[in-house]
Write a protein that binds this ligand. Structure first.
Ligand code: KIV
Length: 289
């Protein structure tokens, strides 16, 4: 157990709360929107305090935190557990929970029920659903339950088996047409954002111009209204080469390895014990004088 206090907040005053209205305004002012995934208290706090607009508790949790090969195994209970941890950390960013595989595929009723659980039991402010036209009825019902929805089209990882792997979408005329139809259907249904994953830059640009919802790209080129990346990808915490579109902003993998190796070496050599004894001696001296 750590006895370090968690409630001290560093830095300046809190920034204003980001809401779905903030995101809509940013789109209309053509201000780029930022989004990162996060899954736990410590990293969510850092992401929030760094000024990111939206934090997505993505089902990528299955891979980067739980070690599965794809996103399919993660459960509602696991997603709720992590969303609660993120909720405790995040004060300003808009908090979105990802509906996991099988939490909305059997019936609209079950999908709405699970979306409500994210808001009521874990404090999410919006949910993300993969799929376009075929999810419209579900999206409408979730919106009717007063929950904002983020759409997600293109390379949708929950469709890995149907797609035959992680494949860039919209590479032929039929595919482009489908993507445009999906985006327009989601936009008309009233989603506030649409994630565009793994599609050609030109198609993403076209969709971004066409829809009033903000488009958030990942592997979809620079012309979306915002960008989302997986936290572990930008910090070298994924143990595999990143996708081409991922930019690494830091090397937490190396940082952590070095710190842990140093701790191990200090304890093994008796150095940590010496340091502790010195700290205690200084403390005892200060108490006595
Ligand atoms: O689960 C996830 O991390 C996602 C984003 C990459 C959009 O769906």
């Amino acid at each position: 157990m750590s006895i370090t206090s968690f409630d001290v907040r560093m830095g300046g005053p809190l920034r204003p709360k980001i809401t779905t209205l903030t995101i809509e305004e940013k789109k209309s002012r053509r201000e780029p929107i930022t989004c990162l995934t996060a899954y736990d208290y410590a990293t969510s706090r850092l992401v929030d305090e760094a000024g990111i607009d939206m934090i997505l508790v993505g089902d990528s949790l299955a891979q980067v935190v739980l070690g599965y090969d794809n996103t399919l195994p993660v459960t509602m209970e696991e997603m709720l557990h992590h969303t609660r941890a993120v909720r405790r950390a995040v004060k300003s960013a808009l908090l979105i929970a990802d509906m996991p595989f099988a939490s909305y595929h059997e019936s609209v009723k079950e999908g709405v029920h699970n979306a409500l659980r994210f808001v009521k039991e874990a404090g999410a402010e919006a949910v993300k659903v993969e799929g376009g036209e075929k999810r419209i009825e579900l999206v409408r019902h979730i919106l009717d339950a007063e929950i904002p929805v983020m759409g997600h089209i293109g390379l949708t990882p929950q469709s890995i088996h149907k797609m035959g792997g992680y494949k860039v979408q919209g590479k032929d005329l039929g595919g482009i047409e489908r993507l445009i139809k999906d985006a327009i259907a989601l936009d008309r249904a009233g989603v506030f954002t649409i994630v565009l994953e793994g599609l050609p830059r030109e198609v993403a640009a076209m969709i971004s111009k066409e829809v009033s919802a903000a488009t958030i790209g990942i592997g979809a080129g620079p012309d979306c209204d915002g960008q989302v990346l997986v936290f572990h990808d930008i910090l070298n915490l994924t143990f595999s080469p990143p996708a081409k579109f991922v930019r690494r902003y830091g090397d937490a993998g190396t940082l952590i390895s070095k710190a842990v190796e140093q701790f191990r070496a200090d304890v093994a050599s008796g150095g940590y014990g010496i340091w502790l004894r010195q700290v205690h001696a200084v403390r005892d001296f200060l108490v006595e004088t």
